[in-house]
Design a protein around this ligand. Structure first.
Ligand code: NAD
Length: 253
């Protein structure tokens, strides 16, 4: 059911939150646009400017790795300056109140952790761009280290231990989804009574399967997104408005 206006949507969401015992949020890039981080698919979004670099290209080509790191460094000012928005803060309030055991996110910006979620309660389906890892042995690196080596050598560095390429700790197109995170997200989706999809176009699979899975397992499904999604038809409530406006009233102390 699509809320006729923002106010009635917020009221209905408030009732559903009050009635729920276990809420699982599922977030996408739209929750972070008010923090200054562009999403992928909106006008001006990242895909309207860059062609994505597939994982096999990154592995095969030094040029692709250099380009991928140049793009990441170009975004650093934006990522470093971003602070949690109203959506992040509202979810953190419900987490502190014991309503949310953990959340599932497609985002890579670390803003849920910055808003107060413990790291182990943020299930990152697509990884995290605020640090890097060797794609061979998994050794973690700070971005500062990568930048220094890139500047010294004029090229993206390899791992100091196994000499395999170092990549942001994100999951690229064509890269395997992380097993543990997929498993935990499945369990959360199957064992909640309210599932709230926030700021996702729900077109990236397999992540987009979780709202549907929660609904099929008996949860109520709420979708908050300013554009229609393919799963609006199965949702119990659709709030087609700005996320900060819709979730702002739930920011607590
Ligand atoms: P997407 O770009 O496909 O969709 C974002 C959706 O949010 C769009 O439908 C847009 O209309 C909506 N939206 C944007 N701002 C909004 C606002 N203020 N209020 C209401 N709706 C708003 O993003 P997605 O579904 O998360 O796509 C998946 C991929 O995007 C993920 O793999 C993720 O890793 C990546 N991504 C992450 C970030 C981030 O970490 N902040 C940024 C860009 C892309």
């Amino acid at each position: 059911m699509i809320a006729s206006d923002l106010r009635s949507g917020v009221e209905r969401l408030g009732d559903m939150i009050a009635e729920a015992k276990t809420i699982v949020p599922f977030t996408g890039a739209g929750i972070s646009t008010e923090c200054g981080i562009p999403d992928f698919r909106s006008p001006g979004g990242i895909w309207t400017r860059y062609r994505p670099i597939q994982f096999d290209e990154f592995v095969a080509s030094q040029e692709a790795r250099d380009e991928s790191w140049r793009r990441r460094f170009a975004m650093e000012e934006v990522f470093a300056a971003a602070k949690p928005g109203r959506g992040h803060r509202a979810l953190a309030s419900l987490y502190r109140a014991g309503k949310i055991p953990a959340l599932i996110t497609q985002n890579i910006d670390n803003l849920h952790q910055a808003s107060g979620f413990a790291t182990e309660h943020v299930i990152e389906l697509h990884g995290n761009t605020t640090y890097a890892r060797c794609i061979g042995c998994g050794k973690a690196y700070q971005l500062d280290w990568v930048k220094r080596r890139f500047d010294e050598e004029g090229a993206a560095p390899n791992c100091t231990v196994c000499d395999e390429p170092v990549k942001t700790a994100t999951i690229s197109f064509g890269q395997m989804m992380p097993d543990d995170e997929m498993q935990r997200a499945t369990e959360l989706s199957q064992h909640c009574d309210l599932f709230i999809a926030i700021g996702s176009s729900l077109v990236v699979w397999p992540a987009a399967g979780f709202p549907m899975m929660a609904k099929n397992c008996g949860a109520r499904l709420v979708i908050i997104n300013r554009e229609p999604t393919d799963q609006d038809d199965i949702a119990d409530l659709v709030i087609r408005h700005d996320i900060g406006e819709a979730l702002g009233p739930f920011v607590g102390n």
